[in-house]
Design a protein around this ligand. Structure first.
Ligand code: FAD
Length: 508
C-alpha cells in the first residue's frame, strides 16, 4: 500500500464508492479504506446455505432510464453492467386477512383505492391532489439543486422559497400522518396512505414524494442481489487505478491548523492525502476520529480537532434515523406459485392480539421473486423487518461490552416471534425454513459503524430532517453518504458521493 494519495476515502458504502469512481476516473490517486471484507456497507449481501440475502436494502428508487442512479452509472459507463428489475406491483399492504395490492400508475392507484373504499372518494381525491402538487414542486426544486447555491444566490433562493414552492413551505414540517387522518376516516385506508413512506413520522412533503415513487413503481432490484451494485462500483474503481484496502479501520483523521492531511489505521499505519472524504458514521467521524495533531505524527496526545461548538452540539443532539430488526429466511417453498403477496414488497398489520414484545406492523420482502438466482432452484428468500424501537431498547448500543449470552437468547426469541408473525401471511412458513439469520441494531452497528444501527443517517421525522453540509469546517475534509442528505438511502449515497468528488477536485 502506497502511503501517500491524492484522496483517502473512509468507507466503501455506496457514497464512498461513487466518490472513488469519479476521482479515479480523473486520474487522481485514491485509496478507499474499508473495515469490512467486502464493499457496500448497508447495501451489501451475504450468503448462507446457498441463499443470498441482502443485509439491509430491499428496493431502490431512481434506477429507471430517467433516474438519478441510472444517470450516474451512465456517466461512469456502468449502466449496462447492472440489470435492474422493476418491482411491479410495487407494494402490497396486508391488514389482518385483507390484502390491498397497490397497482402501478397514479390514476390506477386512485381508481383502485376508490373501488376498495367507495365512501372515501373525496378524501382520496383531496389527498392525491395535494400529493401531486407537492411532488410537482419537488421535481422543480431538485432541478434547481438548492445545495449547490452559495452567497447571494443562496440568500435570494431562501427569501423567495415560499413564493415559488408554497406547498412545500406549508407542509415541510407537518406530519403526513396528521394530514391523512384529517382527509380520510377508514382505518385501513389511513394505514395504506401512511405506509408508503415506511418511516412513521415523516412530513407530508416526504410522504408525497414516497407516494410518487410507489405510484410510478420507481422501485428496482439489481439482478444478482444488492451486493451487485457495490461490487460493480468496486471493480470499476480498481480498473481505473483506485485501491481498496479491506479489513482495516480508520481510527483517526489527522489535521493540523484546521486542515486534514491524513488518516491513522487501527494497526498504526499513517497514510497521507491531499484530501480526505469520510463516508463513515457522522458521530464517529467528528466525535471520535477527527484529531488536531499539533505536535506532528508521532504525538501520543492528539487533541480533538478545533470544530465550532455549535457544529459539534448538533451532531450530538440530532436524532438518528430508526434502526431495524431483520430476520432472513431461506425457505423450501415455491412462493412463485403460491403467490401469497401480490408484490415482493409487503407491509403486514396483524390483528391486535396479546403478542408480547412485537411491533404493530412488519415489512416483508421476497427478493427471490425479483431474481430467482438468489435462492437454490424452487426455493425462496423471505426477509422480515420491523422497526427495532418497537421491540427493544436494550440492544440499541454501540458498545462492545454486552452480555453475549443474554443477547443471543433475546435475538432468537425475537426472530421466533417475527417468523411466527410472518406465518400469518405465508401459511405454515415456519415448517419450510431451511436457513435462518437475524440482525439487530447492534448487528447493523457492527457491520456499518452507523451509530445505534441507524439505517439512513439522520432522522426523517417532520420535526428533524437534518443533514450535514458536505464541506466541513476542516479544510480538505469532506463528507459523502446518507449523513449529508435527507432522506438518506441509496440514491442519496450516489448523489452525495458524486458531489464529494467534485468538492475534492475543486480543493486540490
Ligand atoms: C436495514 C436497512 C434497510 C434499508 N433499506 C433501504 C432500502 O430498501 N432502500 C434504500 O434506498 N435504502 C435503504 N436503506 C438505507 C441505505 O442502505 C443507506 O442509506 C445507504 O446505503 C448508505 O450508504 P452510505 O454510503 O452513506 O454509507 P454506509 O452504507 O453506512 O457505509 C459506510 C461504510 O463505511 C465503513 N466504515 C465505517 N467506519 C469506518 C472506519 N472507521 N474505517 C473504515 N471503514 C469504515 C462501513 O463498514 C461501511 O462499509 C436501508 C438501511 C438499512 C440499515
Amino acid at each position: 500500500m502506497d502511503k501517500s494519495y491524492d484522496t483517502v476515502i473512509i468507507g466503501s458504502g455506496i457514497g464512498g464508492l461513487t466518490a472513488g469512481n469519479f476521482l479515479a476516473r480523473e486520474g487522481l490517486s485514491t485509496l478507499i479504506v474499508e473495515q469490512n471484507l467486502r464493499p457496500g456497507g448497508c447495501a451489501s449481501s451475504f450468503e448462507r446455505g446457498g441463499f443470498r440475502f441482502d443485509a439491509g436494502v430491499h428496493w431502490i428508487a431512481q434506477c429507471g432510464q430517467d433516474g438519478l442512479i441510472h444517470q450516474i452509472l451512465q456517466e461512469l459507463g456502468l449502466e449496462k453492467e447492472i440489470a435492474f428489475v422493476q418491482i411491479v406491483p410495487p407494494l402490497t399492504v396486508a391488514i389482518s386477512s385483507r390484502r390491498y395490492i397497490i397497482p402501478q400508475g397514479k390514476p390506477q392507484v386512485i381508481t383502485y383505492l376508490k373501488d376498495c373504499f367507495p365512501r372515501e372518494q373525496s378524501g382520496i381525491d383531496r389527498f392525491f391532489r395535494l400529493q401531486g402538487e407537492i411532488a410537482g414542486e419537488m421535481v422543480r426544486l431538485f432541478a434547481q439543486d438548492p445545495d449547490a447555491k452559495e452567497g447571494l444566490d443562496r440568500l435570494y433562493f431562501h427569501a423567495t422559497f415560499p413564493l415559488r414552492f408554497p406547498q412545500i413551505a406549508r407542509f415541510h414540517r407537518r406530519e403526513g400522518a396528521g394530514v391523512v387522518d384529517r382527509l380520510v376516516d377508514d382505518g385501513d385506508l389511513r394505514k395504506i396512505l401512511k405506509i408508503a413512506a415506511i418511516f412513521p413520522r415523516v412530513s407530508m412533503v416526504l410522504l408525497s414524494w414516497f407516494w410518487e415513487i410507489i405510484a410510478r413503481a420507481d422501485c428496482y432490484y439489481p439482478k444478482g442481489g444488492i451486493q451487485r451494485i457495490a461490487d460493480t462500483l468496486g471493480d470499476n474503481f480498481r480498473r481505473q487505478g483506485g485501491e481498496i484496502c479491506f479489513g482495516k479501520k480508520v481510527v483517526e483523521i489527522l489535521c493540523q491548523k484546521g486542515q486534514a492531511w491524513g488518516v491513522r489505521l487501527s494497526d498504526g499505519t499513517v497514510i497521507r492525502a491531499k484530501a480526505i472524504i469520510s463516508n463513515a458514521d457522522a458521530r464517529q467521524t467528528f466525535l471520535e476520529m477527527l484529531r488536531e495533531d499539533g505536535y506532528g505524527e508521532a504525538s501520543p496526545w492528539p487533541r480533538r480537532a478545533n470544530l465550532p461548538k455549535r457544529y459539534l452540539e448538533q451532531i450530538r443532539r440530532w436524532r438518528l434515523s430508526e434502526s431495524f430488526f431483520y430476520v432472513y429466511l431461506g425457505v423450501d417453498l415455491d412462493l412463485k406459485t403460491t403467490s401469497v403477496s401480490g408484490s415482493p414488497i409487503l407491509w403486514y398489520f396483524p390483528e391486535k392480539k396479546e403478542r408480547g414484545p412485537l411491533p404493530d406492523y412488519v415489512g416483508m420482502s421476497v427478493p427471490s421473486l425479483n431474481d430467482e438466482g438468489v435462492a437454490p432452484p424452487g426455493m425462496h428468500t423471505v426477509v422480515i423487518g420491523a422497526f427495532a424501537d418497537r421491540i427493544c431498547e436494550k440492544w440499541f448500543t454501540d458498545r462492545e461490552g454486552i452480555d453475549k449470552e443474554e443477547y443471543y437468547r433475546w435475538k432468537i426469541q425475537v426472530a421466533d416471534s417475527l417468523t411466527r408473525l410472518a406465518g400469518e401471511v405465508i401459511p405454515d412458513l415456519e415448517g419450510y425454513v431451511v436457513v435462518r439469520e437475524a440482525a439487530s441494531p447492534w448487528t447493523f452497528y457492527r457491520y456499518t459503524g452507523n451509530c445505534m444501527g441507524a439505517s439512513s443517517g439522520w432522522s426523517m421525522d417532520a420535526k428533524e430532517q437534518n443533514k450535514l453540509p458536505q464541506r466541513t469546517p476542516i479544510r480538505n475534509f469532506f463528507l459523502a453518504g446518507h449523513w449529508t442528505f435527507n432522506p438518506g438511502g441509496v440514491p442519496a449515497a450516489f448523489l452525495t458521493g458524486k458531489r464529494a468528488a467534485e468538492l475534492v477536485r475543486q480543493a486540490i
